[in-house]
Ligand binder design. Structure first.
Ligand code: ADP
Ligand code: MG
Length: 419
């Protein structure tokens, strides 16, 4: 497998080595407090391992999108403080990721010490993958360890450029867990393999759907994604979200894999939809109406916001026979309770099947991960990916820019004759 050919932190001795560790500590902050520490917790296994191995570790992370400028509310100091509390040891904090303070803090690291460098995206060179900034960021480290799966599809200094300036680049525990889990889906999944695909942007996902038509037995479509497919079948979708420029591609896909791609049989519709209302959540008119597509199309002036009960039952029947399930994209506007039934019914369906059958199930995508967490069934499924775009791109291409640059065991063996 691809990930087994990459160096992993357990493959090399780390004692007293200077380690540049890229984590995804992009946590939500409010008034200087960490609101949700999931991402910190997910990074702990690698951080604790390096501490135990007595490495000297400095952590590089981004936070939000400061667009190359210092923004005080996007500083990582509160994260360093929270990380110190969780680890029960002092985590040093450097007020910049390069420059004198960072150099001094890194030089002072003793065996087992951890330092967190300030938000790498305060420098615009980071997202430009600028070589001289990559070199500065490497701080002469012995090893680079990448554990930030969520950004592995981006080519930035802190995950790609930096690998050129360190002797060895390794996978951390989280990246390894992610790639192993996704490889179980992308390489020889157990059949029947059912994919549930929803969410909003068909343009982001059409390539993935196309590649999954080769390995999956069924692709169950929901969410706003469904309406472009319905339009491709000349079914009227009223005012529902349709990506007009993707109708032709959807038509071709249906022609190629008609028997595999399943579309909703019924929909919940609203006479009003405002996705960008002044408050942060979308608005719809309630009660919703149910439309059976074999009797009636979505009338003009109506917006489909969720899948209906017949669709849920049909998808459930298919999922109950599956051995492998991959789910990306909510089935409706799950942020609104009245339009969340399709999404939460899917989550509970998968959880129940996991109790009964021997199934491998993976959830990918930022909003899908939020939905399964909200449903309370997160712990039931085999794997919830921490990377939205990264997980989809990895499934589609079986590789990611930041992963491909990690040191490969075969290449190293061929050039040096030893591992
Ligand atoms: P993920 O992050 O899991 O890949 P997406 O970002 O593609 O998922 O889509 C999630 C969004 O899709 C949610 O905000 C949800 O409200 C929206 N959505 C789902 N169904 C509909 C619909 N029928 N109309 C409009 N938006 C929808
Ligand atoms: Mg999303």
């Amino acid at each position: 497998m691809y990930s087994e050919n990459k160096f992993f932190i357990e493959d090399v001795p780390c004692e007293n080595k200077l380690i540049a560790l890229r984590c995804d500590l992009n946590v939500p902050l409010q008034n200087g407090c960490v609101q949700d520490e999931t991402r910190i917790k997910e990074s702990l296994q690698t951080i604790r391992y390096l501490q135990e191995q007595k490495a000297r570790t400095f952590i590089i992370s981004h936070l939000g999108r400061p667009k190359g400028k210092i923004q005080d509310e996007l500083r990582l100091r509160p994260v360093a403080e929270r990380l110190s509390e969780i680890l029960g040891t002092q985590v040093m904090y450097a007020s910049d990721c390069v420059g004198e303070d960072a150099k001094a803090k890194i030089a002072s690291l003793q065996k087992g010490d951890i330092a967190l460098l300030e938000n790498v995206r305060f420098h615009r060179e980071e997202i430009q993958n600028d070589p001289s900034f990559s070199k500065k960021l490497s701080h002469g480290a012995d090893y680079f360890v990448n554990d930030a799966f969520g950004t592995a599809h981006r080519e930035h200094c802190s995950n790609c450029g930096i690998t050129r300036f360190v002797p060895l680049s390794l996978m951390g525990y989280l990246i390894r867990k992610e790639t192993l889990a996704l490889e179980k889906i992308s390489q020889n999944p157990r059949h029947p393999f059912a994919v549930i695909c929803g969410g909003v942007k068909i343009s982001d996902k059409i390539d993935l759907i196309e590649s999954l038509t080769r390995s999956a037995d069924q692709i169950l479509i929901g969410g706003a994604m469904a309406f472009t497919f319905l339009r491709a079948k000349n079914i009227q979708t009223g005012n529902s979200l349709v990506e007009e420029d993707k109708v032709e591609i959807a038509k071709n896909l249906l022609a190629k894999a008609k028997e595999k791609i399943l579309l909703p049989l019924d929909l919940m519709v609203s006479s009003f939809l405002d996705l960008h209302s002044s408050s942060s959540s979308p608005k719809i008119s309630i009660p919703l109406q149910l439309i059976s597509l074999d009797i009636q199309a979505v009338p003009d002036g109506y917006y489909a916001v969720d899948i209906g009960p017949k669709t849920i039952a049909k998808y459930q029947a298919i999922l109950s026979k599956a051995k492998t399930i991959f789910w990306n994209g909510p089935m409706g506007i799950f942020e609104i309770a009245e339009a969340s039934q399709g999404t939460f019914a899917t989550a509970s369906m998968i959880a129940k099947l996991m109790d009964k059958n021997d199934i491998y199930s993976v959830i990918g995508g930022g909003d899908s991960a939020a939905a399964i967490t909200q449903s309370g069934f997160k712990d039931k499924v085999s794997h919830v990916s921490t990377g939205g775009g990264a997980s989809l791109e990895f499934l589609n291409q079986a590789d990611l820019p930041a992963l491909s640059l990690l040191s490969s065991k075969e290449a190293s063996y061929q050039t040096t004759g030893r591992l």
